[in-house]
Design a binder for this molecule. Sequence first.
Ligand code: ZN
Ligand code: ZN
Length: 295
Amino acid sequence: GYAPIFTCANCFEVKMCKNCDISMSYHRSDHQLVCHMCGVIEYLPTQCDHCGHQKFNHSGFGTQKVEDELHKLIPQAKIVRMDSDQVSKKGSHERLLNEFELSGDILLGTQMIAKGLDFHRVTLVAVLNADAMLARSSYRAIEDTFNLINQVSGRGGRGDLASELIVQSFDAKHYAIVLACENEYIRFFNLEMKYRHLANYPPYSYMIKIIISAKNMEVLEEKTALLYQNLKDLSFDVIGPSDLIKINLFERKQIILRGKNLERMIDEYTQVQNELLSKLHNVNVLVDVNPMEIE
Ligand SMILES: [Zn+2]
Ligand SMILES: [Zn+2]
């Protein structure tokens, strides 16, 4: 994520959510720690759980932190910040956009400001940490990165004024970033399709994502192995099982089915699931055909 993490200044222990395998996000404005996965909120700790130290750091790439830096650099600029904290109240989305249109100098936000906005006076668009998305393991990560940069660059230069684009990234030579900056959709499409073909990813194959979850890890491992045993010799490839992060006290595993004939894949999978129905009663099984996202 982009949100600042909260760490002990002495032992560098990261404050984690008690329900999920992810770090808590530090929210400066209300002095709280929030889990963006399960929504649990905690007050700031007075001492480190691990070593008892009483000083903490919060680092990261949160919009609040960027806002602080912009204030220092351009004190006279009026900054309108849009992120999930700011727009959680009803009607605040519209209000912030109006505020920017009428009197704002800089609109600062998360991905939510990448699409659809039509302001005529925007002459500079900047993307920070543009390749954060590339780090995800999803086969769509490259396409999503291209789309995000391409969309956000379209927020500038919509009126009579020319617009500049600045993209900050760790891997500035990556074709998703280079071609998005050059607005080369066709070239990107051809290259990406070549890689998808080589790797046998959609649209050159079909996928079914299966997520198995349970509060008890032993039960989860046993039932996932059972499902895998029954799936592995059918007409499709089976990828996994792999471990996913725990969410809201549920341990999770993932199995991906990949093949050329989706109808047959669904039939075969459904038959296996029906045969195992009584044995899988103590786990949750979530099936996603043609998943948009793979963790
Ligand atoms: Zn959580
Ligand atoms: Zn500590």
